[in-house]
Design a protein around this ligand. Structure first.
Ligand SMILES: C[S@@+](CC[C@H](N)C(=O)[O-])C[C@H]1O[C@@H](n2cnc3c(N)ncnc32)[C@H](O)[C@@H]1O
Length: 452
């Protein structure tokens, strides 16, 4: 009876958030994939769904900060705290320090959650810990628990901005010390939802929201469910970061000498850029082939391209061993698999999952894919190499290595293709780098290569 009463007191959105955290921790689930199912299971939509999304995403993004705070409030190592209880404490801490939830509500709902899920003793412990957390605001806690920025700037950044040390180091090398805090802070902001109107199929005027500042095809959604927008439901528009829209735009805008009919997206899954590229191709009498190594992702590409003109085919293929003759295409996009460290805003758990060792395999694959694209494009054609990572090993180093290994390729100036976007200079002359803190986009890198 007592058990049933305590369960009745549990707040639905917070219980859903706790379940998502568990799935991310135990099953290595991706937040964005597991959320919709959990929300549906709990019958949550609208404001409740938005609350759970922010609660979960913010808690995961800021985990290093919150763990430092919790460590200061608990007199045993966090590793000795039961995982379920620690998840609940992190959720409570996020509400107390970063959401506009009144302290009494943040504490009492978390305590109820722990009582229902673990027991009365753990609930008392959670109550005591969260009362201590509520004694300071976020800035006050960072000042109290983060290393001194004057003597240990990296250690400070790890705690203050909640990024692993190696990620802070890589981002510092890419963006420079002066802008590093702004970039790390931007990674912790929930991204705005942007929509793309696929040219010839939708106009951005028919989409709800303000026009995006840089992409001619986008709007920033004011709120609500993007899937409820008719053009999105019909596949004439889609959800797409503005930086990704610009990648497709540049891939289509690069000059090619002579014929311009055969376009290839070598790493197309799940098909966001393919859908925009196909629409742009159709408007110019060209047709796009979309390739993707993983069959299930190739199916997503096919779904994204359903009803689109300008599509020559979707195929499951390893881009390093493509089923095409050399020189088949006039322009090729290589939107390569990468660490994704430029898209941390929208992938809350990514910063904790990636390892420095991932760079070895990824950069080898990136080189092989660019090399393959350069074989597939005819002389005079263009290859656009793009990553959603600004890490130099994946950007400048890959381009430099490819240029050093071949004598039939030239790096071209891509800045003239985005003349209206300020401060886009990339790490090699002529390359472009977009940034969340400067442009409000994912940190996309672009290098335009010409086959000679
Ligand atoms: C950054 S994602 C592409 C995103 C996509 N362009 C979009 O905008 O929706 C990279 C894709 O490359 C795929 N991939 C990985 N290795 C590949 C290979 N050897 N050949 C082709 N695709 C590959 C991955 O499965 C992943 O879907």
């Amino acid at each position: 009876m007592a058990e049933r009463r305590s369960k009745q007191k549990v707040d639905g959105p917070r219980l859903a958030a706790l379940e998502v955290l568990k799935a991310v921790r135990v099953d290595e689930a991706y937040t964005n994939l597991v959320l919709p199912g959990v929300l549906a299971q709990h019958g949550l939509s609208g404001r409740d769904a938005a609350f759970v999304t922010e609660l979960v995403s913010g808690t995961i993004r800021r985990q290093a900060t919150y763990d430092a705070v919790l460590a200061a409030c608990i007199d045993r190592p966090l590793a000795k705290v039961e995982a379920k209880v620690l998840d609940a404490l992190r959720l409570g801490t996020h509400q107390l320090l970063s959401m506009r939830v009144p302290a009494h509500a943040a504490i009492s709902t978390t305590v109820d959650l722990v009582r229902a899920r673990v027991g009365a003793g753990a609930a008392g412990f959670a109550n005591a810990v969260l009362r201590k957390v509520s004694a300071r605001d976020l800035d006050g806690w960072v000042a109290a628990v983060a290393p001194d920025p004057a003597t240990d700037p990296r250690g400070h950044a790890v705690v203050a901005f909640s990024h692993p040390a190696w990620v802070v180091e890589e981002l510092a090398r890419a963006v420079g010390e002066a802008e590093l805090p702004a970039l790390l802070a931007a990674d912790n902001e929930p991204p705005r939802v942007t929509l793309v109107a696929r040219p010839g199929r939708a106009t951005r005027e028919e989409l709800p929201g303000e026009p995006t500042p840089w992409s001619p095809h986008g709007v920033v959604l004011e709120g609500g469910d993007p899937g409820a927008v008719p053009a999105v439901a019909e596949g004439r528009a889609g959800v797409q970061d503005e930086g990704s829209q610009l990648v497709a735009e540049v891939a289509a805008a690069a000059a090619v000498e002579g014929r311009d009919e055969r376009w290839l997206d070598l790493c197309a899954g799940p098909g966001g850029k393919s859908a925009l590229l196909a629409a742009l191709a159709a408007g110019r009498g060209a047709r796009l082939v979309a390739g993707e190594r993983q069959a299930h992702r190739a199916r997503l590409v096919a779904r994204n391209l359903r009803g689109a003109a300008g599509v020559a085919g979707v195929l499951t293929a390893d881009g390093t061993r493509p089923p095409f003759r050399a020189g088949t295409f006039d322009r090729v996009l290589v939107d390569a698999p990468c660490t994704g460290l430029g898209a941390l805003r929208r992938r809350p758990e990514a910063r904790w999952r990636r390892r420095p060792a991932d760079l070895t395999d990824l950069t080898r694959l990136q080189r092989a894919l660019v090399d393959s694209a350069l074989d597939l494009v005819r002389p005079g054609g263009a290859v656009l190499y793009a990553t959603c990572s600004p890490v130099l090993a994946e950007t400048a180093d890959v381009v430099r290595d490819v240029l050093g290994a071949r004598d039939d390729v030239r790096l071209e100036d891509a800045s003239c293709l985005l003349p209206h976007v300020p401060d886009t200079a990339g790490p090699l002359e002529g390359t472009l780098q977009l940034w969340p803190h400067r442009h409000g986009t994912d940190a996309m890198f672009l290098a335009l290569l010409r086959r000679t």
